[in-house]
Design a protein around this ligand. Structure first.
Ligand SMILES: Nc1ncnc2c1ncn2[C@@H]1O[C@H](COP(=O)(O)OP(=O)(O)O)[C@@H](O)[C@H]1O
Ligand SMILES: [Mg+2]
Length: 259
């Protein structure tokens, strides 16, 4: 059991249907601060849908979601983001006309940090807010080894770096919960290894980090705990070693042809 001081994002009995089709079948999750949790499973298993329920993009028909004991049910995505629950998307969604630095600065605004609106006003306070947003964005880029790319446009960067820019934008507001949906999608092996190292470095005792990934080996190498989803239900939860040894998991992964 987790000790009482560990913060966690928890879901109880999360059930989601579309047109009578049950996509999530009453899921219980406990994603703990200080751990990297992997969420794996075949295409269509419901991984992105679960993230959408956690961020408020989807409203589950049943169940309850809490962060640090506080219910989040009914709060829209912006309100959850301002409470420190942020995500990256399966498809990179950067603004092509903004520099890398400006794209990351959007993350500050998106997370609704007090005073960000003033940054756009031509006042002394506005200039200070803008400088603060810039500094925060630079710090996030530096943390991921991207400081050199700050003034470039997204089109000038390889896919691996674009992924990291997305993650920089997600962490710029110092989130409590970071949900990453297939961060390695479209990356080559070297880029994937760099990304995994960056994620490992981001891990901290106060951060809940959940990584949806298709590739088992990759998840095994960075995660503390893994949830395996298949057809909207968990078939296994445990350490990488436990999950790797699970017969049902082996069957799903050896039996599917999209891996
Ligand atoms: N907005 C939606 N409307 C209808 N069906 C959806 C919607 N979102 C997801 N689904 C369905 O839910 C199932 C799980 O999808 P998804 O969560 O994207 O899986 P994964 O991310 O594990 O690949 C799929 O069958 C998908 O078609
Ligand atoms: Mg998905």
């Amino acid at each position: 059991m987790m000790d009482r001081t560990t913060k966690a994002l928890t879901g109880q009995g999360i059930a989601l249907s579309f047109g009578g089709i049950e996509v999530l079948k009453g899921l219980d999750v406990q994603f703990r601060a200080g751990e990297i949790t992997g969420l794996i499973g075949p295409n269509g298993a419901g991984k992105t849908s679960l993230f959408n329920c956690l961020t408020g993009a989807y409203t589950p028909q049943k169940g309850s979601i809490r962060y640090d004991g506080q219910p989040l049910d009914g709060l829209p995505p912006a309100a959850r983001a301002s409470r420190g629950i942020v995500r990256s998307f399966q498809h990179v969604a950067l603004s092509p006309d903004l520099t890398v630095l400006e794209n990351v600065m959007i993350g500050v605004a998106r997370n609704h940090h007090a005073g960000w609106l003033h940054a756009f006003l031509p006042t002394g306070r506005g200039r200070r807010e803008m400088a603060g947003m810039r500094a925060a964005a630079m710090a996030a880029l530096s943390e991921l080894g991207l400081a050199q790319a700050a003034e470039k446009l997204p089109a000038q960067l390889p896919p691996g770096m674009l992924r990291l820019v997305e993650i920089a934008r997600a962490i710029v507001g110092k989130p409590d919960v970071l949900l990453l949906d297939e961060p390695a999608a479209g990356l080559n092996n070297a880029e994937t290894r760099d990304l995994m190292r960056s994620l490992r470095r981001l891990a901290s005792p106060d951060l809940v980090m959940v990584v949806v990934e298709h590739d088992m080996d990759l998840v095994m190498s960075i995660c503390d705990r893994i949830y395996v989803l298949n057809f909207g239900a968990f078939v296994a939860v445990g350490s990488p070693a436990e999950v790797r040894a699970d017969e049902e998991v082996v069957r799903i992964y050896l039996g599917s042809d999209d891996e």
